[in-house]
Design a protein around this ligand. Structure first.
Ligand code: ATP
Ligand code: MG
Length: 197
C-alpha cells in the first residue's frame, strides 16, 4: 500500500469513529459547563459562547461576580444586543476587604440572575466568576446548585472562575480546566483593553 492509500485508509477509519460518536450522541438538552483553572481564557470562553448563542438569535443573560467596577468590552457589545447584565457594584474583593459588603453585593446579583435560571426563554446564562462566591461562602452553596439543577431543560449554564468546588464539577456536563503555562503579565506586560477586559 502506498502512502496515499495508507492515508486514505487511516482517515476513513477516523471518519467512521467520528460518525459513530455523533450517532451515539442523541440527547437534546441544555448543558452545564464549568470553565476553571489558573490559565487565561475562562471568561473569554464564557462570553464567546454567549456571543455564539446571541448570533443565532437566542436569548442569553450574564451575571458578573467580583469585577463590578471594571469596564468590560463584552458588556458594551452584548447589552446593545439585548443581553441583560447583573454586575456586582463593588470592585475586586481584595480592593474592598469588606466581607459583609461583598456578601450583600453578591446576593443582589444572585437574586437578580435567579429569574433567568427559571426562564425557559433564556437559552444561555453565564455566571462569570461564580466559583469564588462558593469557595468564599458568599452565596448559599445548596441554593446555587439547586437553581442550576432545576433550570429549564433547554437552558445552558456556564460557570467560570478559578478553583471550582467539587460539587460544581460533579454537577457539570462539561468541565474544562485551563492551564497556566505562561502569561504575559508575569513578564511585566500590562493588562490590555480588548484583550484582558
Ligand atoms: P480572561 O477574562 O482574559 O478570559 P480569565 O477569565 O481566564 O481571563 P481571571 O482569573 O478571571 O481569568 O482573570 C482576570 C484577569 O486576569 C484578566 O484580565 C486576565 O487576562 C488576567 N489573567 C488571567 N490569567 C492570568 C494569569 N495566569 N496571570 C496573570 N493574569 C491573568
Ligand atoms: Mg475571568
Amino acid at each position: 500500500m502506498n502512502d496515499t492509500d495508507k492515508h486514505k485508509q487511516k482517515s476513513q477509519k477516523l471518519k467512521e469513529n467520528v460518525d459513530a460518536g455523533i450517532a451515539k450522541a442523541q440527547i437534546e438538552r441544555g448543558v452545564f459547563l464549568v470553565i476553571t483553572g489558573n490559565g487565561k481564557g475562562k471568561s473569554t470562553a464564557g462570553f464567546g459562547t454567549v456571543t455564539r448563542a446571541v448570533g443565532h438569535g437566542q436569548k442569553a443573560a450574564v451575571a458578573q461576580f467580583i469585577k463590578g467596577t471594571w469596564e468590560c468590552g463584552e458588556r458594551n457589545l452584548l447589552e446593545e444586543h439585548g443581553v441583560p447584565f447583573s454586575v456586582m457594584n463593588t470592585g475586586f474583593t481584595w480592593d474592598t476587604q469588606d466581607r459583609e459588603s461583598d456578601i450583600t453585593a453578591a446576593t443582589i446579583v444572585w437574586n437578580d440572575i435567579k429569574k433567568y435560571l427559571s426562564d425557559p426563554d433564556y437559552q444561555v446564562v453565564l455566571l462569570d466568576e461564580l466559583t469564588y462566591m462558593l469557595s468564599f461562602d458568599y452565596l448559599d452553596k445548596q441554593e446555587v446548585l439547586d437553581a442550576i439543577t432545576n433550570r429549564p431543560e433547554n437552558q445552558t449554564v456556564i460557570v467560570t472562575g478559578r478553583g471550582a468546588i467539587t460539587e460544581l464539577r460533579d454537577l457539570a456536563d462539561t468541565v474544562s480546566v485551563i492551564k497556566d503555562e505562561k502569561h504575559a503579565y508575569t513578564a511585566g506586560i500590562k493588562a490590555r483593553q480588548g484583550i484582558d477586559w
